[in-house]
Design a protein around this ligand. Structure first.
Ligand SMILES: Nc1nc2c(c(=O)[nH]1)N[C@H]1C(S)=C(S)[C@@H](COP(=O)(O)O)O[C@H]1N2
Ligand SMILES: [Mo]
Length: 199
C-alpha cells in the first residue's frame, strides 16, 4: 500500500493560506485609473474622524516619521500569494501616536484616489506589520503599485492594502468599503479564507 505524504495542492501551509498559489511576478490589480502626480508637493494625506488632532501630512512629513523596513507575504483574494515582499514606510501605529485617537475609535476607513475605500478594525490597523508604504524593495512605488503611498496590511487579503491613499478616517462603526459593499469580507483573514461576507 502507498501512504503518500505529498501535500494536497490546495492545502494551506504555514505560510501559504488555503487555495492560494505562490507567484514570483507582481500582478497589478485595481479598479479605476492610475493617478500620476506631476508635482508631489500637491499630494497630501488627511487624518481625521475620531482623533485628538486632525492632520494633513505632506509627502515630506511622511518621510520625517521614523522609517520602518518590513519583509512580509501578500495574499490576493483572486488566488495569488507573493512571499518575501520588502516594503519601506511609516508604521500605521506611528500615525496613530501622532494624532491620538478617541476611545470610541474602533474602525478605520482608508480613502484612496477616485473615492475608492476599504475598511478595517482598529486592531488590524495597529498591528506591528501594518505599514503605510512609500517604497518597494528600496525603490519608490511605481504608479501602478500605489505611488506615492499605499497601505500594506499583510495579515489581511491584499484588497485591504489601499493604493494611492489620501485619507485615513477613524470611526466608531464599521462602514463597508468599495469591495466590502460588493460582498467582500469585512475583515478578510486569508488563513480563515474570509473572502466573502457570506463565508
Ligand atoms: N486605491 C485602490 N487600492 C487598491 C485597489 C483598488 O482598486 N484601488 N485594489 C486592491 C486589490 S483588489 C489588490 S489585490 C491590491 C493589488 O495591489 P498591486 O496592484 O500592487 O498588486 O491593491 C488593492 N488596493
Ligand atoms: Mo485583489
Amino acid at each position: 500500500m502507498f501512504f503518500g505524504n505529498k501535500r494536497k495542492k490546495h492545502e494551506a501551509s504555514d505560510r501559504v493560506p488555503p487555495n492560494q498559489n505562490v507567484t514570483t511576478t507582481f500582478p497589478v490589480l485595481h479598479t479605476g485609473n492610475v493617478p500620476y502626480y506631476e508635482d508631489i508637493a500637491k499630494w497630501n494625506l488627511q487624518i481625521y474622524g475620531l482623533v485628538d488632532a486632525p492632520k494633513l501630512y505632506s509627502y515630506e512629513d511622511m518621510m520625517k516619521f521614523p522609517q520602518t523596513n518590513l519583509l512580509n507575504d501578500i495574499h490576493c483574494v483572486t488566488g495569488w500569494s507573493k512571499l518575501d515582499v520588502n516594503w519601506q514606510g511609516v508604521l500605521a501605529s506611528d500615525i496613530v501616536k501622532d494624532v491620538g485617537i478617541k476611545p470610541n475609535a474602533k474602525y478605520v476607513i482608508l480613502h484612496a484616489e477616485e473615492g475608492w475605500t476599504t475598511n478595517l478594525a482598529i486592531e488590524d490597523f495597529l498591528k506591528e506589520t501594518s505599514l503605510l508604504a512609500h517604497s518597494y524593495h528600496g525603490e519608490p512605488l511605481t504608479p501602478e503599485h500605489g505611488f506615492p503611498l499605499r497601505g500594506v496590511f499583510p495579515h489581511l487579503y491584499f484588497w485591504k492594502s489601499a493604493k494611492w491613499i489620501r485619507g485615513i478616517q477613524f470611526t466608531e462603526h464599521n462602514h463597508p468599503g468599495f469591495w466590502e459593499q460588493n460582498g467582500y469580507h469585512m475583515k478578510g483573514d486569508p488563513f480563515k479564507e474570509q473572502r466573502f461576507s457570506f463565508d
